[in-house]
Ligand binder design. Structure first.
Ligand code: ADP
Ligand code: MG
Length: 689
């Protein structure tokens, strides 16, 4: 259950502790913002030297305050604990925003103070935003000390930011485009409520009738990945759309990369996989975040086919390029209906898409195009109107028309109004109607592609049936570190992952019977060293007893050798499957093609366990080498279904054996008939680690 209290969202009374008449100070500006924002409840100030601050009654001593629902603290960190203690216990205050810095972000002392404050809040059922943040803005109060305050609207976006300064810059970009906000939370140090917790609140309090549907997130660290996954997926399933920036990588570097999997997966891979699984569109810049947010405020695009209506060629062509590159379509429009539309346009216009109404095209032509795209051209799923002004005449009636059309049309209409100087007034009027402007067609096109290609939140799926009891027996009996080849083979067998026939031989006198069993041609591998080829420990195509004997003694002499593994010699396309534990994220499951595809091209896709078959499908289809799996240019493909099954079974195995810290099937050999692992490594860690 979310710790957010109703007092945080809709306080009936607020006190600003540390309020000031100097509006260049946070304690001054925050009071001013609340006053200017027209807060409807009771507002108090507290300042040891004043009886009135900015016209608001001020208490010199907080002991004299009446009950207040919420307190906003803009006093030095060292005073905050006493204030929180008094207000929670003696004044029933249940919501706090601490904007002051000097807590865990500064030093150990600050961290202790922060912890003590949270203890009191948890104990009394109160909640906290901050410390070290810019505050909260919503339709009820403007509780932040920064500027600007965006236009607030119950249908606007909810924006949660792990960085106060970034939140300001995001709003600065958003306001001129017309993006409105329902709420802005700057969580600062996230001492009690972080980005994930606010999302949890938005999920639990979601009301299909009244809640806004677009959420934007900015993270510097994902501290509660499972919470993020749960509530983001849930919100999206309820009809919301979420875009997020995750900046920086918190724990890169210090990792033991002893396997391919380890080296291939950075902590960012896990973030990527998490966001994808949740159905969140990941952005990498403020601009991208804003454009996606703006896009999400429009009707949803339910198919790939876009009609572009314009009076200027260039932007339409650039947009067509981005959309086509990203897998969307700007299909040619032709036929009777297209010819009919042409009769409504000026001579020389083109309806083949982009639909060009020429520089002379006005309301009448634009309106005809929109009507045809919406009602007559069934193949069209969404409409983009690019309409600027060369500065010769006003386009206000055009934008009025556009606004009207956007209200009545079934298909989404996206306005790209590029003339931010020539048509500034007209655009401002358009925005004043609650509309949004995409000023750059390529930025818009990229966002549309991203939104369209972001998968739905993954559905939980029944995992392949594997023998949990046997797996637990093997894992419980294992030591920390790399499993021996027999245990690895046993685990793969129980998990239903096909592995090549193999026999481990440690004495020369057992060699002959093993050879009889495996048969020539055969592969011999040293047991002991982790990277066998690197130490000359893999011999392929062994075809005689003499050769086998010679190689046996050579392999046994390799440093750390404990035995020799005999395998049948197989052929096929080299494939890779890996798994890696990523702390609170759980396990990453990876797959790709082997050989240069992983060594050189790093062509690997990752998903967060448990991965459903649908997610595995997505992983495989995103591989650059996918065509090779399907078969191309006379080359045979592989049994992709069998490959998917292997990935899915690795995921199931991890579910039963979370002690697996790293797992590497490298390679598996794939043919049109089957996929078989010929090399497997599994590293176990103790669950206490
Ligand atoms: P390591 O990864 O420790 O160097 P591998 O067991 O993966 O050792 O062997 C190295 C390479 O030898 C593999 O990538 C594969 O190309 C080839 N290989 C290994 N085992 C077989 C086998 N049973 N049949 C055919 N080729 C094999
Ligand atoms: Mg290998």
């Amino acid at each position: 259950m979310s710790k957010v209290t109703k007092e945080l969202i809709h306080p009936r009374s607020i006190v600003v502790v540390g309020a000031s008449n100097d509006i260049s100070k946070p304690g001054g500006k925050i009071l001013k913002n609340i006053l200017d924002g027209g807060f409807k409840g009771d507002l108090y100030a507290s300042n040891p030297k004043e009886d009135e601050v900015q016209g608001v009654k001020s208490y010199r001593n907080i002991q004299d305050l009446p009950h207040v629902d919420m307190a906003i603290l803009a006093v030095a960190a060292k005073h905050c604990l006493a204030v929180v203690d008094f207000l929670t216990h003696d004044r029933g205050t249940r919501a706090f925003i601490i904007i002051s810095a000097g807590f865990s972000e500064e030093n150990q002392e600050g961290a202790i103070l922060e912890k003590q404050i949270v203890e009191i809040l948890d104990e009394t059922g109160s909640c906290l935003i901050g410390p070290n943040c810019i505050g909260v803005i919503n339709t009820f109060y403007h509780g932040c000390f920064t500027w600007p305050i965006p236009k607030l609207d119950p249908n606007g976006v909810d924006f949660i930011s792990g960085s106060g300064a970034t939140a300001v810059y995001v709003m600065e970009l958003a306001i001129p485009q017309g993006l409105t906000f329902n709420s802005v939370y700057s969580v600062g140090n996230s001492a009690q409520l972080g980005v994930e917790d606010m999302l949890e609140y938005l999920d639990e309090s979601f009301d299909p009738e009244t809640s806004s549907r677009v959420k934007l997130l900015y993270f510097e660290a994902v501290n509660k990945p499972q919470k993020l996954l749960k509530h983001a997926s849930s919100l999206i399933r309820k009809g919301c759309r979420i875009a997020a920036i995750k900046a920086g990588s918190s724990e890169a570097g210090s990792r033991a990369a002893s396997s391919h999997t380890g080296a291939l997966a950075s902590s960012d891979t896990a973030v990527d996989a998490l966001l994808r699984k949740a159905g969140i569109a990941r952005c990498h810049s403020r601009e991208e975040l804003i454009v996606l947010g703006a896009l999400f405020m429009h009707k949803e695009l339910n198919g790939p086919n876009i009609a572009i209506i314009t009076h200027a060629g260039g932007p339409a062509v650039m947009l067509t390029d981005v959309l086509s590159d990203g897998g969307l379509k700007v299909p040619e429009i032709s036929g009777v209906k297209a010819d009919e539309l042409l009769t409504h346009l000026h001579p020389g216009s083109s309806v083949s898409n982009p639909i060009d109404i020429l520089a002379t095209g006005k309301e009448e032509q634009l309106s005809a195009c929109i009507e045809y795209a919406d009602e007559q051209f069934d193949e069209i799923d969404g409409i983009v109107v690019i309409f600027g002004s060369p500065g010769l005449f006003s386009v206000d009636t055009i934008y009025d028309l556009l606004d009207e059309e956007m209200k009545i049309r079934k298909k989404p209409i996206f306005p790209i109004l590029p003339s931010i100087i020539n048509a500034k007034k007209e655009i401002d009027d358009f925005l004043a109607k609650g509309r949004i402007n995409f000023s750059d067609e390529v930025a818009f096109g990229r966002a549309l592609v991203k939104a369209y290609n972001t998968p739905e939140p993954a559905m939980e799926e029944e995992m392949p049936d594997i023998d949990n009891k046997k797996i637990r027996e093997i894992i419980d009996g294992a030591q920390e570190g790399y499993l021996d080849p027999e245990s690895v083979k046993a685990l793969l067998d129980v998990a239903g992952i096909p592995a090549t026939k193999e026999i481990v031989v440690s004495q020369e006198n057992a060699l002959l019977t093993a050879i009889d069993d495996i048969g020539f041609p055969m592969v011999m591998k040293v047991v002991g060293p982790v990277h066998k080829s690197d130490v000359g420990g893999v011999v392929l195509n062994v075809h005689s007893v003499d050769q086998a004997k010679t190689e046996f003694s050579r392999l046994m002499n390799i440093q750390d050798a404990t035995a020799v593994l005999l395998q049948e010699m197989l052929s096929g396309q080299e494939l890779f499957i890996g798994a890696k534990e990523e702390g609170d994220f759980g396990h990453l499951v990876m797959c790709g093609l082997g050989g240069i595809f992983i060594e050189v091209l790093k062509d690997v896709q990752a998903g967060l366990a448990p991965v459903s078959l649908k997610e595995v499908d997505g992983m495989i289809s995103r591989l650059k080498g996918k065509k090779l799996l399907e078969g191309t240019r006379g080359q045979q493909g592989i049994n992709i279904d069998a490959f998917k099954q292997c990935v899915s079974r690795v995921s199931a195995l991890l579910g039963v054996a979370p002690e697996i810290a790293e797992m590497d099937l490298n390679p598996l050999l794939g043919s049109p008939e089957r996929v078989i692992a010929v090399d497997a490594r599994i590293r176990i860690k103790s669950m206490k680690e």
